[in-house]
Design a protein around this ligand. Structure first.
Ligand SMILES: N[C@@H](CCC(=O)N[C@@H](CS)C(=O)NCC(=O)O)C(=O)O
Length: 227
């Protein structure tokens, strides 16, 4: 079944966002892939507006505000956007589709450790998060059997979901000289193809890098003092 909401729903659809949020980026990349035009509203996560706290049970972004509904959780929003048009961004094979969903869920572990690594205020904190990130990367590395994307030639939701982690791994290498990504050849290949995807470039780019650097400064990141 293709769940297409009322046209009026989509005309007012607004993605509530925070510029450097890897969870928001997933939804934005999927929207770009599916040619779905979403309005974006940025909020300050340190001072969340009352209207958002009223509508969102978790207070996290992204949140998708429709005319008379609120959808939350990035992977759910990504699936909702995917279903708006034909040609699903999930593999056709049922087992592969649900394997993808399992590993999509696992992406949050990488995001969490990577963020810990980026905002660590000292070397010990950085190293601890880096080693947890490496452990999680080793688990997904073993599962990558295809190229250039996770499932092969076609770009799927799993690629959009991992894009922010892959992009940041590469960025951390370029800006701070941490070559962690080089220890994982399959992830490295996957990152190269994913970062080059137009939908990913539209979201993760120089403007994103600048916003991320400001955020790291605000967090007194050890990475910055060490670069
Ligand atoms: N599981 C959520 C996680 C979203 C999330 O943690 N977003 C962060 C920003 S990157 C957030 O809203 N943080 C504010 C808070 O936790 O209060 C999802 O996938 O949408």
């Amino acid at each position: 079944m293709n769940v297409v909401p009322e046209k009026t729903q989509l005309e007012t659809a607004t993605l509530v966002s925070f510029r450097i949020c890897p969870f928001v980026a997933r939804a934005q990349i999927v929207a770009f892939e599916k040619n779905v035009d979403l309005k974006t509203k940025f909020i300050d996560l340190n001072h969340k507006p009352d209207w958002y706290l009223k509508v969102s049970p978790t207070g996290t972004v992204p949140g998708l505000v429709l005319k008379d509904a609120f959808i939350f959780e990035s992977t759910v929003i990504a699936e909702f956007i995917d279903e708006l048009t034909q040609a699903s961004l999930f593999p056709d094979d049922r087992v592969q589709k649900y394997l993808n969903k399992s590993w999509i869920s696992f992406a949050s572990t990488l995001i969490q450790h990577q963020y810990g690594q980026m905002i660590a205020s000292d070397k010990a904190g950085f190293s601890e998060s880096r080693s947890s990130l490496a452990g999680a990367m080793a688990r997904i590395e073993e599962t990558i059997k295809s190229k250039p994307f996770y499932n092969g030639d076609d770009f799927h939701i799993i690629d959009a979901v991992y894009a922010p982690v892959l992009y940041r791994l590469q960025l951390i290498k370029e800006k701070f000289g941490d070559t962690l990504i080089d220890d994982f050849p399959a992830i490295k290949n996957w990152a190269t193809a994913t970062i080059d995807r137009p939908s990913v470039k539209a979201v993760l780019n120089a403007e994103f890098d600048a916003a991320l650097m400001v955020h790291l400064e605000e967090k007194h990141s050890w990475l910055l003092s060490n670069s």
